[in-house]
Design a protein around this ligand. Sequence first.
Ligand code: SAH
Ligand code: SF4
Length: 381
Amino acid sequence: MSTPAISTSGQPRVNLLGLSLRQMEQFFLDIGEKKFRAQQVLKWIHHAGVLDIGEMTNLGKALRDKLQLIAEVRPPEIVSEHDSSDGTRKWVIRVDGGGLVESVLIPEGGRATLCVSSQVGCSLDCSFCSTGKQGFQRDLTAAEIIGQVWLAINSYDAFRPGASRVVTNVVMMGMGEPLLNFDNVVAAMDLMLEDLAYGLSKRRVTLSTSGVVPALDKLAAVSEVSLAISLHAPNDALRSQLVPINRKYPIAMLLASARNYIDAQRDNKRVVTVEYTLIAGVNDQPEHARELVVLLRDFPCKINLIPFNAFPQSGYERPSGNAVSRFWQVLVDAGFVVTVRTTRGDDIDAACGQLVGQVVDRTRRSERHRAAAEIQAIQVR
Ligand code: SAH
Ligand code: SF4
């Protein structure tokens, strides 16, 4: 585990990795320095990949010495790295306190999409989600969130001048509910968009939410990233079974809030991505598709169908290819733009939450002296 970040004065060191431009400027003003220092430090960290404050040569020796006493630049720690035969790379990452999260880089054509986690576990307990089954441990800090982007680039040695871009898109679709960790997620997404950091366009950074409506209502005022909502069902009765937060914020509220979000954006060509995980025999029937057509008829969206990723003891199954195509066809015939998420990185359990799920399950199982048999079963699968 990484060492606790305590400065010589006994105060925790400020981790500069997670500070947005505005926060970094305030930090320098607070310590009696000029605010343009923020721009220099951001470039060192996010353009050059430098973690050692001593190497930030244009700060001057006195400022470097001062910073080293009170600050640090510390990404979380990679526990393991897994390469899939299809080019997907996945990292299991340990954060302070020992919690594990995952990020996954999925190359497709000229793009490479990094799926980033926002919490250790998740409190919302969607019935088909491996992260939900692990319960909630804690929010990630902004440094731990943006640190996943930093680690992915560093893992390809791509902070070198002239190196090609490793991460072209980011989706907040890893472990956790990003809107329940609002401030840290917003700070990290600011860095993703910030030219002095990763400079991604707002269309290439996507926040996915299961529907924390009050937080989504707040987001429009502070962020312009693209929005995905996890719908998964065409009516409240079914959605409440799959996504328990629906009991508090039902579909109509979620759709209204998502619409307000895109209406508040300056470019008026935006649509919401509606995610729909297809689970065999649960929400994948043609009548569900027809109900979805009616529900979303006037809603500015594209639909992303995600065949359920099975994990041990989920109690659910992935639908057949035929069932997926049938569902897809109903939506396409009704005029929707529909994509089906191809399953990537199957051999490394790249669906977010699943590898950590295995680690967590293993621990529990080993306590029950059943580890050997179970691990073998996972490997055979
Ligand atoms: N908490 C946020 C973001 C993380 S989950 C959310 O729920 O939107 C990212 C997406 O993966 C969500 O649409 C989620 O419903 C989906 N998902 C979770 N577990 C899945 C599984 N086992 N198979 C397929 N999709 C799953
Ligand atoms: Fe949490 Fe999203 Fe999983 Fe639901 S699907 S339990 S909100 S991570």
